[in-house]
Structures are given as C-alpha cells and as structure tokens.
Design a protein around this ligand. Structure first.
Ligand SMILES: Nc1ncnc2c1ncn2[C@@H]1O[C@H](COP(=O)(O)OP(=O)(O)OP(=O)(O)O)[C@@H](O)[C@H]1O
Length: 455
C-alpha cells in the first residue's frame, strides 16, 4: 500500500530558494529543513552550489577575488556550478519523485532569482524564497570562526587569514546584493528571517507544505543548549519481558531514579533545565527526585501495542505469528492491531520536536520507541534503521546540537538492568555483544553526527 503524506496527496513540489549573504546560516537552515522533512517522510534534498563549485566546476580553494562580480573567468565557473546544481535538482524532482528541494546558494540578485523562478514555473515546481538577513556583526564573526575557517575553501590556511579573506568575500557580494523586497517581490512566495527570527516577514504562502516549512524555520534558534534523553528506569514489566502496560519501577529502576539527579548534575552543571516525562507511572517515578520543573506530555507515551499490550514477544509470536513476522519485515510501518506504528509515533511527536527547537535545556524521560524517534530526528537516522537502534536502560544521553550536526555523549549509570532489545527474527530479548557498546562503567562516548546523507 503506498504511503501518502500531506505533500504527495496534494502532488505539490516545492523548491526552497535560499537567499542571503555568506555566513548568514543558509546551509544551517537548509540542512535542518531537509532533516525535519525527511523525518516526516517527505522526500527532501539540499543542492549546495558551493559544493558543485568545489567538486565539479573548478573553483576549489578560491580567494575573495574569485567572488568579485567583475572577475569574468570566475563568474563563468560560478555560473557553471549553479547550472549543474539546478540541472541535478530538476532530475531529482522528475526521476526520483522529489518533493522539496533546497537550492542552497546566495542567490543574491533579483536577476538570478527571476531565472530560477522561471525554471521552476516551467517545471510545475512552486518556488519559495527563504532569505536570511543579518546585520549583527558579532554573530557574523562567530559564524565565520565556527564554520567558515574550517570549510574546504580554507583547508590548510591560517584561521586569521581565512577570516579576513571571508570578510572580503562578503563585501564582494554586498556590492551586488539585492534583498527581497516587500513591494517589488510581492507576487513571489517568500519568507525573510531577520536577525535569526527576531522579525519574520511572510509573503504569499499558499500551500500547507510551505506553511509547515515557514512554521518550522520560525521556531529555530541558535543559542547553545543541550538536550538530555533517558528511558525510564527498569520497570516490573521490563523484568517480566512484557511490553506496554503502566507498571511501576523495579528495585533497580528505583535505584536509577535515585541516581539520576547526580548523573544529570555531573553532565549539566548548574544550568537550569526542564524535565519532560510521559503520562505513564514509570517515567514519573524515574523523574521523582529531580530538582527541576517538570512537565507531562501525553505525546511522550510509549508506542501503543494495541491487542499485544501486556504480552511478551514470545506470546506475540505464538498468538499472532503473522503480525510478528510483518513487524520484523517492516518495523517502521507495522501498526499493532488497535495500536500504533513507528510512523504514527513520529507524527504525534512533531509538536514535541517543534517545542524542542524553541526551547533551551530540556531533559526528556520517556520510552524506548519514543526515544528512538526523537534520537532519529537529531541524528538523522533513516527510517529503516531507527526502530532497530539500541538504547539501553539506565543510560543518560546528552545531545548537543551544532552548526551541521549533533554531538552525543552516553553516560552509563552503572546500575544493572535487563535488556529489552529484540533483534530481527527472534522473540528473545537481549543484545548481542556487538550491540552493547558500553561496558557498564560510567563513561562518556563522544560521537559526532555524520554529514547529512543524500536522501
Ligand atoms: N538565521 C541565521 N542568521 C544568522 N546566522 C545563523 C542563522 N541560522 C544559523 N546561523 C549560524 O550560521 C552558521 C552557519 O553558517 P552557514 O554555513 O549556514 O552560512 P551560509 O549562509 O550558508 O554561508 P555561505 O553562503 O558561505 O555558504 C552557524 O554558526 C549558525 O549558528
């Protein structure tokens, strides 16, 4: 059965055309939109013209003069790069069933934007311009030092020299830059983010999909923050190998709840954070000793196992063998009879993700399937993998969102717990040695999210 999302039911294709001077967060915003839409099963892909320039057009390590609009040779190379990116984008729309493409470039003149607009219209694609405008010089300098001095354009170049050159590059663009204009561009669909989202100008947003993208980017902020994730402590049902239910914590689960404040304090220091739990007893019990403000969300309740609630996997395999197999075959899509699928959980978690984007330091105490879905959003884990990720009990996970990825630290509480992990093709729970990455001692593992895959 085909899976419909709002976007493909309406048969709408959108090209988000980024607009803005260098170091205004265009790539940051583009990558976030792609991650968000992909998480919601909407086919999205970013086409970064800088990458085409470096990889295919012959502009590998240019200095600021390369971006001088009077430099005809260089201009040809840059023109070639954008033509290649746009051609690939059109192929992706037509051959791969793409729904939302992001054309990530400065697109700084109205002439360039008119050219893209015309191409989109000829191909039945809705163009939506998204401008990031910023005159906060401190922020621009921070952006340059955070991402530009380490970019492939400046590989092996002293950061101070790179910063100076990048500022010069910006001034080359400034000499031709034409911001979107409420009067002159009033017939176009556009959003202007001014100084991150201090002010937002929205013009002629017509489709539901466009309005979702606008709502999402309006909620983004770039203040440093962390998000902590934990499953509830081991529950009585976990020990009995039963799924679902609303049981209390086991003795070891209660021990984890007592230790959690210390684990959090060690990781978070004195920052003030808010704790979000589900409405189920076991997450409330896990949060009971935490000295922070707490909020319950129904949306954080565990995946509803429907008629299988309260059963062990062995019982499910015996009573509902076809369902057991169907779930193993496609765990993301499989919906328990009278219950939910992973896809259903993602959809109900969307307001949580939106609120997480708006908030600063949050600790979420929730359940295995829900945690996998939240983790998948931050780490850009594909749907085929996310339902199979190992997220052990009695482990605190710290996520630190960065410009183009997320840093992860896992902190083990060193309190034994059963494993609730079920591998494909078996009804037995328990992890193979390969899946158990940590030994049981308290320790941190630092991994950085890989670059966004082309999906
Ligand atoms: N709306 C925004 N305004 C200004 N800076 C932002 C915004 N959103 C994110 N940033 C910051 O921008 C930095 C990332 O810059 P990014 O590479 O995305 O710029 P860019 O506009 O794509 O530059 P270029 O045109 O050189 O590719 C990050 O440090 C991020 O915190």
């Amino acid at each position: 059965m085909p899976v419909y999302t709002v976007s493909n039911v309406q048969n709408i294709r959108v090209c988000v055309v980024m607009v803005g001077l260098p170091a205004r967060g265009k790539s940051f915003i583009s990558q976030k939109i792609v991650r968000y839409l992909s998480w919601l099963s909407i086919q999205a892909k970013c086409f970064n013209v800088g990458n085409y320039r470096r990889q295919h057009a012959g502009g590998e390590q240019p200095n600021a003069d390369f971006f001088d609009f009077e430099n005809k040779e260089a201009y040809k190379i840059r023109q070639h790069a954008v033509t290649m990116a746009v051609a690939d984008m059109m192929r992706w729309f037509n051959d791969k069933g793409g729904v939302v493409a992001i054309l990530d470039a400065t697109n700084s003149t109205s002439e360039r934007r008119e050219w893209i607009l015309k191409l989109c219209r000829e191909n039945a694609i809705e163009p939506m311009f998204l401008e990031s405008w910023c005159d906060d010089q401190d922020l621009i300098l921070r952006n340059i030092s955070e991402v530009k001095t380490t970019s492939p354009d400046y590989q092996g170049i002293d950061p101070e020299v790179a910063t100076k050159d990048f500022l010069e590059r910006i001034s080359k663009y400034e000499s031709v830059y034409e911001p979107l204009n409420e009067e002159g561009d009033k017939d176009k669909t556009f959003v202007r983010l001014i100084n991150v989202a201090q002010q937002v100008v929205i013009n002629k947003i017509e489709t539901y999909l466009e309005s979702r993208i606008v709502f999402y980017v309006m909620n983004l902020h770039i203040r440093p923050r962390s998000i902590w994730l934990s499953r509830h402590g081991e529950s009585i049902y976990n020990v009995e190998k039963k799924i679902g239910g609303d049981s209390h914590l086991s003795v070891r689960g209660l021990e984890y709840a007592r230790k959690l404040p210390e684990l959090v304090k060690r990781s978070a220091g004195d920052v003030d954070l808010t704790v979000w739990t589900s409405t189920l007893v076991r997450t409330g019990e896990t949060a009971q000793h935490l000295p922070y403000k707490q909020l319950q969300w129904k949306a954080l309740d565990e995946l509803d196992a429907g008629v299988c609630d309260g059963m062990t996997y062995e019982e499910i395999e015996e009573v509902y063998p076809e369902d057991f197999k169907a779930r193993d075959d496609n765990k993301y899509e499989y919906r328990y009879r009278g219950g939910e699928s992973y896809r259903d959980v993602v959809i109900r978690l969307e307001p949580i993700i939106m609120e997480l984007e708006r908030q600063e330091n949050i600790l979420i105490i929730t359940h295995q399937a829900v945690l996998r879905c939240i983790y998948a959003y931050f780490m850009n884990v594909p749907q085929e993998e996310s339902p199979w990720m190992s997220i052990p009990l009695h482990t605190l996970i710290k996520l630190e969102p960065r410009a183009y990825g997320t840093n992860v630290t896992r902190i083990k509480a060193n309190i034994p717990a059963v494993s609730t992990y079920k591998e494909k093709g078996t009804s037995q729970v328990g992890e193979s040695d390969l899946k158990l990455t940590d030994s049981g001692n308290s320790r941190s593992v630092l991994t950085t999210a890989p670059e966004l895959p082309d999906r």
